[in-house]
Unconditional design. Structure first.
Length: 224
């Protein structure tokens, strides 16, 4: 039982697990990351098309909004191309392996609420990438795949800035709407994200993105 996947995709729990000790597992990891980056391109431009009018109506700098999310989309496209090139070097290409629809579920769930989109996509999903990427880098280095590890380092540094942009716009909108940011974040995540936040958290990278523990730690326990 459960929601149907979009055509060609499957629910996240149906994507096969991967072990990085062999080339098959490394292909699967890089394919999964390429899928995330490809979806992230669309999400960056979707937020522009869907919510620019709302930003303008709030009296915020819509040109800065465009600049931020066009830059994010450009970064995500560069990441996808880097991963696709590495997959080709490993005799694979994007589309060869299963992929999940989790990011599109998040997009659908937040399509009418800008604060929810910012809370769920950059401040939860991309922040989760900051938590798990250092471990992936270490594992790739351990099995001798320094080339893939270096790609993930580039992506990791860029994603800190993407999370920071999400935090900055979330805080600006909360200020304009006279909302308390932490409570609003908790409200939006509980309403639009299907599950608890998973520790351990990369507190250093999250703090670099101005995402502070009072936002995410209250959501790591049972809140329903």
């Amino acid at each position: 039982p459960g929601r149907p996947a979009r055509p060609g995709l499957c629910p996240p729990n149906e994507v096969p697990k991967r072990k990085l000790g062999n080339i098959v597992g490394r292909r699967a990891l890089l394919h999964s990351l390429a899928h995330i980056e490809l979806n992230a391109i669309d999400l960056a431009f979707d937020i522009l098309a869907r919510f620019s009018a709302a930003v303008h109506e709030l009296g915020l700098d819509v040109h800065a909004f465009w600049d931020d999310w066009i830059l994010v989309g450009s970064d995500e496209a560069r990441h996808f191309l880097m991963l696709q090139k590495r997959l080709n070097e490993l005799e694979c290409t994007y589309g060869d392996l299963p992929a999940h629809d989790g990011l599109w579920e998040a997009a659908e769930d937040t399509k009418t609420d800008l604060l929810a989109r910012l809370a769920v996509v950059p401040m939860v999903l991309e922040a989760r990438g900051l938590d798990v990427t250092p471990t992936m880098i270490n594992k790739l280095e351990t099995v001798g795949d320094g080339d893939s590890a270096e790609l993930l380092r580039v992506i990791y540094e860029d994603e800190i800035q993407h999370v920071a942009k999400g935090v900055r716009w979330f805080l600006q909108i909360c200020e304009k709407e006279n909302r308390e940011p932490e409570l609003t974040f908790h409200e939006k995540v509980r309403a639009h994200f299907g599950g608890l936040l998973k520790p351990p958290f990369n507190e250093y990278a999250r703090s670099e993105a101005s995402l502070l523990p009072n936002f995410y730690y209250p959501l790591a326990g049972s809140y329903r």
